[in-house]
Ligand binder design. Sequence first.
Ligand code: KG4
Ligand code: ZN
Length: 336
Amino acid sequence: RDEPLVLGIETSCDETGVGIVRGHTLLANTIASSVEEHARFGGVVPEVASRAHLEAMAPTVERALQQAGLSFTDIDAVAVTAGPGLAGALLVGVAAAKAYALGLGVPLYGVNHLAAHVAVDQLEHGALPKPCIAMLVSGGHSSLLLVPDVAREVVSLGSTVDDAAGEAFDKVARVLGLPFPGGPHIDRVAREGSGTAVSFPRGKLDDGTLDFSFSGLKTAVARWVEAREKAGETIHVPDVAASFQEAVVDVLTRKALQACKQYGVQDLLIGGGVAANSRLRALAQERCEAAGVRVRVPRPGLCTDNGAMVAALGSDLVAAGVTASLLDIPADSSMP
Ligand code: KG4
Ligand code: ZN
């Protein structure tokens, strides 16, 4: 009970997320999403997202306090995503967090969105092994990280050289006539299809790096569909979805295990929106078990963007004795 109560705010993309934790105990996690407002554009429109954050911020914080049965004066620290993300969207969260911290007279922590995706797993599975390898796959990033200590040191080992994994899911979904965001739809439709129906390319699989490339795969799927349509053939969407998905998760799991091997690390964490993918979760379990690597994947609701992840990392920063830079946190859209 001595551990401080941390309020976390996430606004880097299209979700206004608010979480409350005490240590690694999750007390509240509320979210307001503007995803439906972006659907007709087939992608997130930054200005629309910023405006939605502005409207959702205070009600989402209040709902979180209600969910936890707490009041503002119980909060001991505020943490906020300072980057990377959409500049205007980040600014709304950072401005709100500054206001709450100043109003309550508590310290404010600006945190890195990717590190927060790593830290969140502790709310479900307890303290992270040190070190661990983390693979973050979402709509905005695909990264392999070496994590000696999530509060103090996170090292980038590789990332996508073009599209993010989730971006590829979203673009291929569009080609297949599935709604935005496409990842969950491909996941669902693929269950009715075969992952070996079409052999799609696996970018950078054997190039020895820990980088990813998904734009060639996306183009290959689009070309394949286009050619069949031109020939007047009907496409079996579940087979194409499953085969595309198999190509992505094959590369992801192999590269993640390559990183574990290269750095002699036996613990792998997978996070970000694409970690909600059922095939990725199953294949990662299977291959990690065979390789003697322990794998941790948070439940889907903690994989996609949320406020609890920011609160979780804030809690680690407090515990590590990292000094809060009160009111001196710039939103940094291109934070590494
Ligand atoms: O982490 P997130 O919520 O936001 C970003 O920081 O980008 O990730 C969203 C991405 C989207 O591209 C979405 O299509 C993808 O995660 N996604 C999935 C699944 N659920 C969400 N991709 C594949 N399978 C899923 N089940
Ligand atoms: Zn994210």
